[in-house]
Design a protein around this ligand. Structure first.
Ligand code: AMP
Length: 285
C-alpha cells in the first residue's frame, strides 16, 4: 500500500493505472476505522482494480461548537488495517492540501440537505455543504469509477448521489448496509465518546427503529402510530431525539402512511456523542 499526501502524488500513482484500463474505486472516510468502514473497503476491494481509501477529518463539515480537535484520530492503526484489507492507495492529505489559502468555493445541494440533519440545530445545511464540497474535490482528485458510502449516513448518501447526478460527475455511487454491534448499536467513530452507561442508553436508538419496524410488520401504516412505537423506546431510556422522522428513502419527502419503502431516521445526543441511525421500513426502496 502506498500512502500519499498530495494531489500531485495521487495523480502520479493513478494516471498510469487509468491509462492501463484499470478501474479505480474510492472509499472516502474520516478515519478511526471500525467494521463499518471495513465493510465498505472489503466490498470495494472485490469490485475494482485499484482501491483508494481517503483519510481526512474534514473541518468544514463540523459545525461551530462541535469538537473537531477531539474527533478520534489514529492514522497508524487505520493505515495498518487498510493495508491488511488490500487497499492500494491511502490518500491522507493535509488540511492545507485540500483547503489552501484563498480556497473559496462550495458545492451546495438544495432541498435534500435542508431536512433531517440539515434542519437540526446541531448540524444544519452547512454540514452537507461541507460534505458535498469535500466529496466533489475527492472525486475530482481521484477520478474514481465507483465510490462506496454507508447507509448509516443515509441522508449523506442521497446528497452525494444528487450532487453526482446534477454535476454530471462520472462516478457510480454504491451504498452499503449499516454494520451494527451484536446488541444493535450502529457502529460509529463517535461511539468512542460513550461511557459504559451511555452506551446502554444509546441502544435505545436501534431499539426504537426495531419497534417501529415491528409495528409496520404488524400491519400498521399510520405514520404517527409508527413513530409512537419508536418514541416509546427513546422515552424509556430518557433519550430526547433531535429528530425522529419518516421520510421517502429516495427524495426525503414527507410521509403520512408507511405503505411502501420508508426511511425512519433518528438523531439524538447521548452524553457528548451525537448519534444517528436509520432503517428502511415497509419494503425495499
Ligand atoms: P466516516 O468516517 O464516519 O465519515 O464514514 C466513512 C464512510 O463509512 C461513510 O460512507 C459512512 O456512511 C460509512 N459508515 C460509517 N459507519 C458505518 C456503519 N456502521 N455501517 C456502514 N457504513 C458506515
Amino acid at each position: 500500500m502506498t500512502t500519499v499526501r498530495s494531489v500531485a502524488e495521487l495523480r502520479a500513482v493513478l494516471d498510469p493505472e487509468r491509462r492501463a484500463g484499470r478501474t479505480i474505486g474510492l472509499v472516502p472516510t474520516m478515519g478511526a476505522f471500525h467494521e463499518g468502514h471495513l465493510s465498505l473497503i472489503r466490498r470495494a476491494r472485490e469490485e475494482c482494480d485499484v482501491l483508494v481509501v481517503s483519510l481526512f477529518v474534514n473541518p468544514v463539515q463540523f459545525v461551530p461548537g462541535e469538537d473537531l480537535s477531539g474527533y478520534p484520530r489514529d492514522e497508524e492503526r487505520d493505515s495498518a488495517l487498510a493495508s491488511e484489507e488490500g487497499v492500494d492507495v491511502l490518500f491522507a492529505p493535509t488540511e492545507h492540501e485540500l483547503y489552501p489559502p484563498g480556497f473559496d468555493t462550495v458545492v451546495s445541494v438544495g432541498g435534500l440537505a435542508e431536512v433531517l440533519c440539515g434542519a437540526a440545530t446541531s448540524r444544519g445545511p452547512e454540514h452537507f455543504t461541507g460534505v458535498a464540497t469535500v466529496v466533489a474535490k475527492l472525486f475530482n482528485m481521484v477520478g474514481p469509477d465507483v465510490a462506496w458510502f454507508g447507509q448509516k449516513d443515509a441522508q449523506q448518501a442521497l446528497v452525494i448521489k444528487r450532487m453526482v447526478r446534477d454535476l454530471d460527475i462520472p462516478v457510480r455511487v454504491e451504498v452499503c448496509p449499516t454494520v451494527r454491534d451484536a446488541d444493535g448499536l450502529a457502529l460509529s467513530s463517535r461511539n468512542a465518546y460513550l461511557s459504559a452507561d451511555e452506551r446502554q442508553r444509546a441502544l435505545a436508538l436501534s431499539r426504537a427503529l426495531r419497534a417501529a419496524r415491528a409495528r409496520v410488520d404488524s400491519g400498521v401504516t399510520d405514520a404517527d402510530a409508527v413513530l409512537a412505537a419508536a418514541r416509546e423506546q427513546l422515552d424509556a431510556a430518557g433519550v430526547e431525539p433531535e429528530y425522529l422522522e419518516l421520510r421517502s428513502p429516495t427524495d426525503l419527502g414527507s410521509i403520512e402512511r408507511v405503505d411502501g419503502a420508508t426511511l425512519l431516521a433518528v438523531a439524538a445526543y447521548v452524553g457528548q456523542a451525537r448519534l444517528i441511525d436509520n432503517m428502511i421500513l415497509g419494503g425495499t426502496p
